[in-house]
Design a protein around this ligand. Structure first.
Ligand code: GLU
Length: 588
């Protein structure tokens, strides 16, 4: 949450670079945005800032020419969404300006110790941080010492970037991500490599407790004791960062429509890396698959694949409940962590717990140089390109497809043929007639208050993902239930005309009975099925999978992705930026 950028040059104008880098991070939070920069004047340079509550995409006031600037897009944790709480926060004496990603969990105590009235600072943890840093600077007279001291005082996962009046930028990370990049004449800092991926030749990710100093083009990296380090510059795989969104359109629609091409990319996963991971999976090994939000639901689908196809003892546990695994696992068991950003705070905590229990850790992420990729023993990628819409669509199908790849590889079965088939079928499915049908269905549901989705087995997982997508994008109350729960209580919710989506793969007779039961109570039944049936009031075709149930476990979420998109647009909402959400949940 919150996106941070910084750009420094030896004299060139960085205003355009830093503005467009920040726009690329808008998905991390969009409550407000701001910049701090050096402004050249007759009497030398001074610090200036620009802070706005407007959407970043409509940025009107361009930054003036400046050789060094920092920027921030906010997802408020502490303090209301008001201009005063926008970042950057300027020091009381005007000598520095600061941006922050994270939560200072003990900010009230910090304020008390420093004799600051936190309520006067509008309950903003960042404002307290700024005041305390200013005091420490005056006390110690040294920037890095003051920053190091401050960091010893604060609790939580935090990353801080400070721009000083002489143009030096200091950055510190502890939990929240911070990545450094460079190109001839420029140095960049950002919360992820997407921000500067188009310009930077080389990058590296900072480790926790390191401090970086950038002045002009000069980069100095220090460890927590102040010793100089040599940065590990790497060339980042451009294929993971170079996809651009549909110009003028919604990212969500573009990201749904490319899945015919992104899902099969799992077949290109390095077979040696896969084999090394699979060597840990024995008949006695317990594999815990974890994640939060949509990634947890993907973890469910992955476990279904591992159990059903490969007979692996796989159990899904939400990252924020990982404690329940403690009594189940033994050293040598495996944790597979799922996270698009690779920065999800709950999942990072789960990895730390798994490590302390002696587990082998693998991760499946989408973002190069993310924290999880540096913590895990085995790193795998979604391979689906940057996902900008806050909702997980092509990432979700890529994650489930990885489960399919893993299960099949464990059995020694290649997936290329199945992926080719799915790709062909999805090319056919993701077309105008499907979109038109879903557009019409959405129009008939646009005023609905509740919508229920019933599924069994792998389609219960699909129902959970679908309900989450509809809630996130359209704010319509959509709830998934396991079909088996229906008669144990859920059926009481059904009234005349209540819309109920029912997954009926392959004409499953039990699911047809479920459809009949809700229909008998007056529900409007929308069948998610291969073929129409007289029990359905509406029929939403599932993508064809040549009868392969496991491909359905990947593709059956696609119709409701489109439905979520259409419901959002028809309700006048921007599905790329749902209220109160941000894509990368880096705080607990
Ligand atoms: N806690 C800070 C604020 O509310 C930063 C938020 C974040 O990084 O998500 O402004």
């Amino acid at each position: 949450m919150c996106g941070i950028v910084a750009c420094s040059s030896a004299g060139a104008d960085v205003s355009q670079l830093v503005s467009s880098a920040l726009q690329k991070l808008e998905y991390r939070g969009y409550d407000s945005y701001g910049f701090g920069y050096l402004l050249a004047g007759a009497a030398g340079s001074s610090l200036a800032s620009l802070r706005r509550l407007d959407p970043l995409t409509d940025m009107q006031d361009l930054l003036p020419a400046t050789p060094v600037a920092i920027g921030h897009t906010r997802w408020a944790t502490h303090g209301a969404v008001v201009l005063e709480n926008c970042h950057p926060h300027q020091s009381p004496d005007g000598t520095f300006t600061l941006v922050h990603n994270g939560i200072v969990e003990n900010y009230q105590l910090l304020a008390q110790q420093a004799g600051i009235d936190a309520s006067e600072l509008l309950h903003s943890d960042t404002a307290v941080l700024t005041h305390r840093f200013s005091q420490l600077l005056q006390q110690t007279g040294d920037r890095r010492t003051a920053l190091q001291t401050l960091l010893g005082l604060i609790e939580g996962r935090n990353t801080i970037v400070v721009l000083f009046e002489d143009g030096e930028i200091l950055g510190f990370r502890d939990g929240s991500p911070l990545v450094i990049g460079r190109s001839p004449g420029h140095v960049y800092m950002a919360s992820d490599v997407l921000a500067f991926g188009d310009w930077s030749d080389q990058s590296f990710a900072m480790e926790n407790h390191q401090i970086i100093s950038i002045q002009g083009e000069t980069v100095r990296l220090y460890d927590d004791r102040g010793a100089l380090l040599v940065p590990d510059w790497q060339t980042v795989d451009a294929r993971l960062t170079s996809e651009s969104p549909d110009p003028g359109g919604y990212h969500m629609l573009q990201e749904i429509m490319v899945q015919w091409e992104t899902i099969p990319r799992q077949a290109q996963t390095d077979p040696d890396a896969l084999a090394r991971f699979i060597s840990h999976l024995h008949s006695e090994t317990t594999v815990i698959v974890t994640g939060a939000g949509g990634a947890y639901y993907a973890a469910r689908q992955i476990c279904w694949m591992l159990r059903e196809l490969a007979g692996i003892r796989a159990i899904e546990i939400p990252a924020y409940e990982i404690g329940v695994a403690r009594q189940l696992v033994r050293p040598g068991d495996v944790l597979l962590a799922i996270s698009q950003s690779g920065e999800t705070a709950d999942t990072l905590d789960a990895i730390e717990a798994a490590r302390s229990w002696g587990m082998t850790v693998a991760c499946l992420v989408n973002m190069p140089l993310c924290s999880m990729s540096r913590l895990a023993d085995h790193v795998f990628y979604n391979r689906c390109g940057p996902e900008i819409c806050v909702l997980s669509t092509k990432s979700a199908t890529a994650q489930i497809a990885f489960g399919y790849l893993l299960a099949q590889s464990y059995r020694g079965t290649a997936i290329t043929g199945s992926m080719d088939l799915l790709s062909r079928e999805l090319t056919r499915y993701l077309s105008d007639p499907t979109h038109d049908r879903i557009r019409r269905l959405a129009a008939s549901l646009v005023k609905a208050e509740h919508l229920y989705i019933l599924g069994a087995h792998e389609n219960y997982g699909a129902a959970l993902i679908s309900a989450l997508n509809i809630k996130e994008a359209s704010y319509l109350h959509a709830e998934a239930f396991a079909a088996g729960e229906l008669k144990h209580g859920v059926i009481a919710l059904i009234e005349e005309e209540t819309p109920v989506l029912v997954f009926v793969p392959g004409g499953d007779t039990w699911m047809l009975a479920v459809a009949a039961e809700v229909r008998a109570r007056g529900a409007r039944v929308i069948g998610l099925a291969d073929d129409d049936n007289e029990l359905f009031d509406d029929w939403l075709p599932l993508p064809a999978t040549g009868g392969q149930r496991e491909l359905g476990a990947i593709a059956n979420i696609i119709p409701c992705q489109l439905l979520a998109f259409e419901l959002a647009v028809q309700r006048g909402l921007n599905p790329d930026k749902p209220r109160n959400l941000a894509k990368s949940v880096t705080v607990r």
